[in-house]
Ligand binder design. Structure first.
Ligand code: TXA
Ligand code: MG
Length: 319
């Protein structure tokens, strides 16, 4: 494993990239592998092995009350882990494989390690579209627990190099699938009978969900944090972030959008999907720049722009 795709970490170490067979062997051995998905890179382990799942939490520095998403090849696999009522089935039919995570009640004989769901009676399931990830799921036959492959609270990785940048010497074997298509984490929807709530906005938009459900999402605010990972500060660069900035100050790296040029531009044509796919790469770039601060141009809060603004608000939130 010393091909031309290897990544050199900030510590000067070389991080190899894996073949599917090597990744399968590592996972079956109870190890971790960083995997590509169409949203962001994940830090994957066999969801049935408690020790491997514990290693995910350790590697990310993640609090263990924050549960993980389990990735499956198809609906049949999903149904062995979670209970799908009619609405959950309709969402799965409409958006899987794809960037939608469904939170449903666990099955009685759900084989995942308890730490995966952090003691909840529900489980978050996702059937990813990325072809390399699908090949891995098919070849391994495993259900893969995988949070985003970054240090807890840090910027999500959309390339293999970002995984190394974030996890550094803790970075595991990486299955390199190239830059992620969507570049922003899956939409998370909790389904409860005929009702549903959007726990995290993402590439599948509220209006797309509404079209399938035949009604709008529940917006009732519950007192418990239903997506425990959705903390105010998240996706955070090491530098202060200022939002809605048409003009940057001299000490700011400016992330532009549309006609606001910036030091880099998320999408000159003001295309929100293109902007989403480049958001985390832009934050990584800004974090590595010489300027001590970051400013971000205004981005319209429509469609996937809702998810973009959600991630930016958390990136700008005090730690
Ligand atoms: O696009 C994605 O979803 C990526 C790729 C790798 O699949 N994964 C990802 O994982 O973003 P992570 O761990 O960074 O975010 C998962 C979110 C967390 O906010 C967690 O609290 C929530 O899913 N979650 C997991 N299980 C849950 C459950 N049973 N109920 C409510 N929220 C849950
Ligand atoms: Mg994450």
């Amino acid at each position: 494993m010393s091909g031309s795709n290897d990544h050199i970490g900030a510590d000067g170490r070389r991080y190899g990239t894996a073949t599917i067979a090597e990744a399968v062997a590592r996972l079956r051995d109870g190890g971790l592998v960083a995997v590509p998905t169409e949203t962001v890179y994940g830090l994957a382990a066999d969801s049935a092995r408690a020790a491997a799942v514990a290693e995910i939490y350790r590697t990310k520095g993640r609090p263990d009350f924050n549960p993980l998403i389990v990735h499956v090849l198809d609906l049949e696999a999903a149904r062995s882990l979670g209970q799908f009522d009619s609405l959950a089935l309709r969402f799965a039919a409409a958006f899987w494989p794809g960037p939608l995570t469904l939170v449903v009640p666990k099955t009685d004989d759900c084989p995942v390690a308890p730490a995966v769901t952090a003691g909840l009676s529900t489980i978050a399931l996702r059937c990813p579209a990325d072809p390399v990830m699908r090949e891995l799921l098919a070849a391994s036959g495993l259900y893969l627990a995988a949070p985003s492959a970054n240090r807890s609270g840090g910027i999500s990785p959309t390339t293999a190099a970002h995984v190394v940048r974030s996890l550094q010497s803790a970075a595991p074997l990486i299955l390199d699938g190239g830059p992620c298509d969507q570049g922003i984490e899956s939409t998370i929807v909790a389904v409860d009978g005929d009702d549903y709530r959007i726990l995290r906005p993402g590439p599948v938009t509220a209006s797309q969900l509404e079209a399938v459900a035949g009604k709008a999402a529940d917006t009732a605010i519950s007192s418990k944090i239903e997506a425990p990972g959705q903390m105010a500060s998240h996706y955070a660069p090491s530098k202060p972030v200022r939002l809605g900035a048409d003009i940057a100050r001299p000490d700011e790296y400016h992330i532009g959008f549309g006609r606001v040029a910036g030091d880099m531009n998320l999408s000159q044509g003001a295309d929100l999907a293109e902007a989403a796919s480049r958001l985390f790469a832009a934050l990584h770039l800004a974090d590595d720049s010489e300027q001590p601060k970051i400013a971000v141009a205004p981005i319209p809060a429509t469609g996937i722009g809702i998810a973009l603004n959600d991630r930016l608000r958390r990136a700008a939130s005090p730690k």
